[in-house]
Write a protein that binds this ligand. Sequence first.
Ligand SMILES: [Mn+2]
Length: 421
Amino acid sequence: MNFQISAELIEQHNRRERPGLMRAEASLRRELRRRKLNPDRVFLAARHFVVAVPSWGLAAGGTRFARFALPGEPRDIYEKLEDAAALHRLTRQNPTVSLHLPWDRVENPAGLRAYARRLGLRFDAMNSNTFQDQPGQKLSYKFGSLCHTDPAVRAQAVAHNLEVIEIGKKLGSRALSVWIGDGGNYPGQVHFRRSFDRYLESLGKIYAALPRGWRLYLEHKPYEPAFYFTVNADWGTSYVAAASLGPKALCLVDLGHHLPGTNVEAVVARLIRQGKLGGFHFNDAQYGDDDLSAGAINPYRLFLVMNELVDAAQDPAVKNFHPAFLLDQSMNLKDPIEDLIQSTEALHRAFIKALLVDRAALSRAQEKNDPALAERALKQAFETDVTPWLGRVRLENGGAIDPIGVFRQSGYRRAKIKERA
Ligand SMILES: [Mn+2]
């Protein structure tokens, strides 16, 4: 029997933390009533918050420069699910895992699905990988994959995506995320229009193979690995591709995939307006695709994104709005489980704060061209300390009030270092 974090330890911790939490929560509820908000309604919405975990976020990351060994890290997808289950025991907010093929070798999808079910987990979107070569691969992706000039390379990349869909079907997944590194480093290297034609043609074949009820997420990124020109570099390109493919194709917004200064929340609003927002890869960044913990650098930006989502969810005019939430980060320094706890908490915090925005006051200020009062409506919500509800929601759902405290005391990583030696 592999080591697990016990329900007794969580309960023991929660008993100790509970009185202080309840006092803090009562004071938060009083403050919200004073602002004429209904605390019960906000709490109910806050309770249902969940976010999927990326399988690659459970082991040591750091793909750009170097990887440092993480003692006790999972060695295969089964051990990654074991760690995801430990995370979910603590938060009760991470019930699904997103796989990345072929990084995750899935030889027996039915067996893996049963194993996940026993751990209380399900599978989220599948991720294909045609941005690097795999051992034994016939044709190279050095000069591209879905957009390659050679039809044989494109066919190989399409076939990989179809295989990922097939495995995803057996795992109970309902979506495929496609990010490609196709592009070029030098002016003249790639024909802009024709490479995009090839992108659409290849995606069309993948789209045609989507099972009923599936969605195709297109993820854009401005640069890296292609520095001069990237085929799907921005939300506009991504939108054009999704719109020309059809209703099952949607745009995925990775918070780190924007040039410095981009107004990401406005990008989100634009995609919502077009009925094309598929979901998110949440993380934070100082420069580019840094893949840091969500909200680590700029929690206000995260709040402003959540604000757009809450605003859209409450607007009856908005259609086709079911954004998927996935974390996408690469752990280099922190323990991955602690990092994912912190990101989940940062998202939950931003989401609850967005629920506190006085939308009537904000709307009035906007109509009257009153930037001071409009900003105040946002800042009042953002500056409210909703910490008591983070713990309270976890407690209500059977998780830990202080997940990192329990994780440290459990000795989980120490046990895994021994088991996985
Ligand atoms: Mn991503």
